[in-house]
Design a binder for this molecule. Structure first.
Ligand SMILES: Cc1cc2nc3c(=O)[nH]c(=O)nc-3n(C[C@H](O)[C@H](O)[C@H](O)COP(=O)(O)OP(=O)(O)OC[C@H]3O[C@@H](n4cnc5c(N)ncnc54)[C@H](O)[C@@H]3O)c2cc1C
Length: 439
């Protein structure tokens, strides 16, 4: 046994060393694929736990994601990785529902019958909406609308009245001052992903991993550690410096390490400071990518609020675009609902205390379902992220920096690199694989 360990260590020492910055879905998957390619891996993560946006926390005795996660039928990179890790049986599909809450009333949504009986559109608008979604889910790509904003494109397809009714407030409460700058192909790709996640034309079907995203995170961590990979948690990378053509120094808040290759998966707005040797042009490119933040409240609650997984909200009395009733997807011990407050971090509301968001969102939930009372809330938690969603404007393709930087051996990406796809675990896994293939 001892001999085996020594042999492994010797083999390990002979391998090329790669540093991976960030232990989210992209960083952990990059480590997985780099190990498979024969690299010795070290991961640096500023958080005290791995997982990034997909990390879990303890919601009053229940381990659950800080930010809601569902899986769609098109998430092929996740399926492949679950297969590779021999945990595909943990993937569970569930029939889910979507609804709208408009000016105090509930409406079903998300299937042709719901559209047919939707009382707030005339028959012409309904036919137009139905064709819009149908063709969108069948379209191969959205290159032809790459130059358009979401607003202009939707108005051209749905009409001004329907855009204002169904989409305007939702977008405003997610993107605020960026609303009219969002790319049409980004939203089209997002609608297509969810629109195609169906059991049949009438039934939406979404997936989750038994035990939550943590199951995948733990399987990756186990694989990495088993293959001599090191994961440095609570360790912030301060600087990456090129020493010569073949080596880089990674300076953390604790130590310094030397590597042949480095992959960074941290949000691009943090890059210029972390890699001072990049060219001015590269730094400008990273700095020009904007993000919105999120304050995400999670409530553990005694009662079911609605039958929906996703409830879009369009109501003057609500300053949120919707709620995600997670317990209508994943079977958990109690009701779990996420209330995301997306907004630019410059918004004065972003720095309000946790209690403000907890109390406000509880009031909203009591308005959505009048049977829910204050005493039904068992526990609440607030997760915050400064960089939760990149702002992808029209022609964003042109703005995405080169993955391989001017520093030899240093690749940099974050969730905006796989535009027009929205940020997602599967896409982060797929992009990680791509970066490792470049090594
Ligand atoms: C509210 C919300 C809901 C979502 N819902 C879904 C969903 O339903 N389905 C889905 O597939 N995806 C969803 N996502 C997106 C998904 O979580 C992300 O696309 C994915 O987890 C991104 O992984 P990543 O590794 O690319 O980035 P991240 O998870 O952001 O990982 C980057 C890591 O870098 C670390 N880091 C930053 N700076 C440093 C530093 N200097 N040194 C060391 N480490 C550093 C961070 O702590 C972080 O762990 C959601 C995200 C949010 C915020």
């Amino acid at each position: 046994m001892m001999k085996n360990t020594q042999t492994l260590s010797l083999n390990s020492r002979m391998k090329k060393r790669i540093a991976i910055i960030g232990a989210g879905a992209m960083g952990l998957s990059a480590a997985y694929y780099a190990i498979k390619k024969g690299y010795r891996v070290s991961i640096f993560e500023v958080d005290r736990i791995p997982g990034g946006m997909a990390a879990h926390f303890d919601l009053d005795g229940m381990s659950i994601e800080r930010f809601y996660h569902f899986i769609c039928k098109s998430d092929k990179h996740t399926f492949q990785l679950l297969d590779d890790l021999c945990i595909r049986e943990k993937l569970i599909w569930k029939e889910t529902k979507m609804g709208y809450f408009i000016s105090g009333k509930h409406y079903s949504w998300g299937n042709p019958l719901a559209l047919l009986f939707f009382p707030l559109m005339n028959i012409f608008e309904k036919i137009r909406y139905g064709f819009f979604v149908f063709f969108l889910t069948k379209k191969k790509d959205f290159n032809d609308i790459e130059h358009l904003t979401m607003k202009d494109w939707m108005i051209s397809k749905l009409g001004k009245r329907v855009y204002s009714l169904m989409w305007e407030r939702l977008s405003k409460l997610k993107f605020y001052e960026y609303t009219d700058k969002i790319s049409a192909s980004w939203i089209a790709t997002r609608i297509k992903r969810i629109g195609n996640s169906r059991k049949s034309i009438m039934k939406e079907e979404l997936g989750y991993i038994d035990g939550g995203s943590e199951t995948l995170v733990n399987a990756l961590v186990k694989f990495i550690e088993k293959h001599d990979g090191e994961i440095f948690l609570s360790t912030q990378v301060k600087e990456v410096l090129s020493i010569d053509d073949t080596h880089m120094k990674v300076i953390t808040d604790k130590n310094e390490h030397t590597f042949e290759k480095v992959i960074s998966t941290i949000p691009t707005p943090l890059i210029s400071k972390m890699v001072p040797q990049l060219t001015d042009e590269e730094k400008q490119n990273y700095d020009s990518i904007e993000n919105i933040g999120v304050v995400c409240v999670v409530h553990k609650i005694k009662k079911q609020i609605t039958e929906n997984f996703w409830l879009n909200i369009i109501d003057e009395d609500f300053e949120i675009p919707g709620i995600i009733e997670f317990s209508n997807l994943r079977k958990v011990d109690a009701g779990v609902v996420y209330v995301p407050y997306y907004m630019p971090i410059t918004n004065s509301k972003f720095i309000k205390p946790d209690d403000f968001f907890i109390n406000e969102s509880r009031k909203y939930i009591c308005k959505i379902n009048k049977k829910i009372k204050k005493e039904d809330f068992l526990f609440s938690y607030v997760g915050r992220l400064k960089y939760s969603q990149p702002i992808c404007e029209p022609n964003f393709y042109e703005k995405i920096p080169c993955v391989q930087t001017s520093i030899k051996g240093l690749q940099i990406a974050d969730t905006c690199f796989y535009y027009p796809e929205d940020r997602g675990i599967s896409e982060s896994i797929g992009f990680a694989k791509k970066m490792v293939n470049n090594l």
